[in-house]
Design a protein around this ligand. Structure first.
Ligand SMILES: CCCC/C=C\CC(=O)SCCNC(=O)CCNC(=O)[C@H](O)C(C)(C)COP(=O)(O)OP(=O)(O)OC[C@H]1O[C@@H](n2cnc3c(N)ncnc32)[C@H](O)[C@@H]1OP(=O)(O)O
Length: 243
């Protein structure tokens, strides 16, 4: 599956809705046992949640948007398919979450590409299920330091801390992702799927049990004037950086 929403594959409500529909179709297709996620936009895997969806909108919009973010994560994290992220560009915040949610991550070894949960840099806080997913990949200590600092890690650093499983030259990313997929698909589906469920169930159950509370937390947090101001300033900073 190739993300193609220029300029930066930001995760808008439309993007998330289409992503979930595509995943559901693949999940229901018995002939499909695995999916490789990558980007058709040069140098960017995904720039994370679309900040404009979280700025100056109604409470109803925030609720709908956040449910779509939850739905994307629940579907991908619990997928019966083998999921491989072929990270061919930068991948901050929500983009990093997508990669973390897959079974295996391969990143192009370009030191200019960065990945991480940088929410703290925007003055916002990654919710518990982002944190849980991160901890499950890199361990508690690395996740705590990286989350508190809102670190964006260069590709080599992301590999060193275990955020990505391997680095390959960009031109070899597709072939390597295909080889990894073949390796994972060589196992009997039922054994792999049950093992995946066993490893991920507690974290998935936690969001399912607190889903509505999590939506309300998001709305009350994002609606604060101080948070809205931080997000507006961040967007301005992105625009200024260009000129
Ligand atoms: C309680 C809340 C919990 C929330 C949990 C998760 C939060 C998130 O995911 S928030 C999103 C965090 N994302 C980022 O911090 C990344 C921001 N973007 C960048 O750093 C750069 O844009 C990037 C490195 C991805 C690409 O750099 P460039 O190739 O140089 O592109 P530009 O910076 O010029 O961007 C082009 C264009 O896109 C707009 N943009 C970028 N990112 C986003 C985004 N996440 N949402 C909305 N819009 C985004 C950027 O402003 C530019 O717009 P124009 O100036 O109008 O062209």
């Amino acid at each position: 599956m190739k993300f193609k929403s220029p300029p930066v594959n930001s995760l808008s409500l439309d993007f998330l809705t289409e992503f979930c529909i595509s995943l559901e179709k693949l999940e229901n297709d018995r002939a499909c046992r695995g999916v490789i996620l990558t980007s058709a936009v040069p140098k960017i895997f995904s720039s994370g949640l679309d900040i404009t969806e979280m700025c100056g909108k109604s409470t109803e919009h925030y609720a709908e948007f956040w449910r779509a973010v939850q739905e994307m994560w629940l579907r991908l994290y619990s997928s019966n398919m083998v999921t491989v992220a072929a990270v061919n560009g930068s991948s901050p915040a929500g983009g990093c979450l997508i990669a973390l949610t897959c079974d295996y991550r391969i990143m192009a070894e370009n030191p200019k590409f960065s990945i991480g949960l940088n929410e703290a840099q925007l003055g916002i806080v990654a919710p518990f299920w982002f944190k849980d997913t991160f901890v499950n990949v890199v361990g508690h200590r690395v996740a705590e330091r990286s989350l508190q600092l809102g670190s964006l890690h260069s590709a080599p650093e992301a590999h060193r801390i275990g955020l990505v499983d391997e680095l390959v030259p960009e031109e070899k990313l597709k072939d390597r992702a295909t080889a990894v997929m073949q390796q994972w698909l060589a196992l009997p589906d039922h054994a792999r799927q049950l093992t995946k469920t066993m490893m991920r169930k507690a974290v998935l159950d936690r969001l399912v049990a607190h889903r509505e509370e999590d939506v309300q937390n998001f709305i009350s947090f994002i609606s604060k004037e101080s948070i809205q101001k931080s997000l507006r300033m961040y967007m301005e900073m992105l625009k200024k950086k260009k000129s």
